[in-house]
Ligand binder design. Sequence first.
Ligand SMILES: Cc1ncc(COP(=O)(O)O)c(C=O)c1O
Length: 505
Amino acid sequence: MVPVIAIDRAAPRPLHRQLYEGLRVSITDGTLRAGQRLPSSRGLASELGLSRITVLNAYAQLLAEGYLQSRIGSGTVVCPSLPDQAGVWNPQAGNGERSRSARRRLSQRARLLDPVSLTHAAFGRNPESARSGAFVLGQVALSDFPFQLWKGLLTRRARATCTESLDYGDNVGSRALREEIASYLRTARATRCQADQIMIVSGSQQALEIATRVLLDPGDGVWMEEPGYRFARNIFRVHGCRIVPVRVDREGLDVHHGIKRYRSARAALVTPSHQYPTGVTMSASRRFQLLEWAERSGTWIIEDDYDSEYRFDSMPVGCLQGLDPAARVIYVGTFSKVLFPSLRLGYLVIPPDLMERFIAVRLAMDIAPPAFQQAVLADFIREGHFSRHLRRMRLLYAERRSVLVESIRNEFGDGAEITGEQAGMHLSLTLRGISDRHLAELAAQQNLWLAPLSYSYIEKNRRQGFILGFGSTSAEEIPAAVRKLRTLVDSARRVSLVKPQLVAS
Ligand SMILES: Cc1ncc(COP(=O)(O)O)c(C=O)c1O
């Protein structure tokens, strides 16, 4: 018996491929049973009106994949050891939906995180950033990036590519790029570092992941700024660390509060140059307290220095790592803010004695990012385009920042508190009498992108307000957008005032 196999002579797929697929489906859905004999190639060819070589090709493929067996004297049979339950492993049903969930157990760490839908993932890390409009958080002024120049460098590198460059490169990232970064960090960020301490990674998120793997075990306590950077929280959660929220005030992380809450934490993640999201700069006394506590208690400090190149009213503030005589700071930097986020390049500055451990953990993950992008970036820095770009963007963002602060003062007067406007590409706005999440949803319908401040808190006592990105919002758009925001806030406050009266009457 030959199962019904539809052969379409007009289809672009070769006939032997169609026959192979037809037979394979018949085997996997149980139409052809284990041990069942197949017609001879000559017989099947004449039955289906095909050439014998077509049938032989299809049989050969099924033999090679183990669906068929050929025995001298008994012809070709369906492999007798295949499971004989029709449809059990039909590849058409392979989406997992029919399986019992108990059999599809995932690791506990995967279950610690909320799943992210494909629709959200399609919009990048911040699904909301797919929305256009004012104040999108974390977006840089892409249209002001010297794109033609970058394309020129890409082309030049592509032309110069030789076969040697196809090999695995340096495991910690391109030497040329590490040299450029080290020299930039020493001058611009007062970092103590040599190229040999630098590891190129694909953004700060990966840097934090590597540092966590090297430094922390499940159950270890980690201080996190409260409010703080919520994308880092998931890394610590997934590694089973105990997250200890530590208050942030006008001087940055409150070290005494941290010591009171959890003295023996293994690590602290801090953003001292421009605290995320409040934007405060950690004071000198707090820096020394933190370093002193870290040395005394054997704690690692992870310094996330994500956007401090843009400082508007004073010279850039030096980093914490440069003040640390005890080499307890692991410094994390990224090109996502200063260039563009799809570049996916960042770096770690690692204390020399930990370098070999970091490399070992890194090699167990993914080795270095693609060498080609690294080479182009090294050219960009070496030829002076990077510092020129930074200077230009500092002026552009300074203007946007000033217009935003002025517009907020005009619209809200004393009714809103602004923090963090001295640096970076966002500021924080605290507002009383609103629910920031609810208002953000309403604002989205009006093309206004408001990141609720309350999302950045772990504990219940949350400030309400918004983190407003001004990187991709032009100075011309800002006044009207702030007016829109005030109208929304006014009506939300009116509703919350009216509501209790309605209930009372
Ligand atoms: C506090 C903080 N760190 C780091 C980053 C950059 O992350 P990445 O380098 O993975 O793009 C961001 C981006 O929004 C951030 O807000």
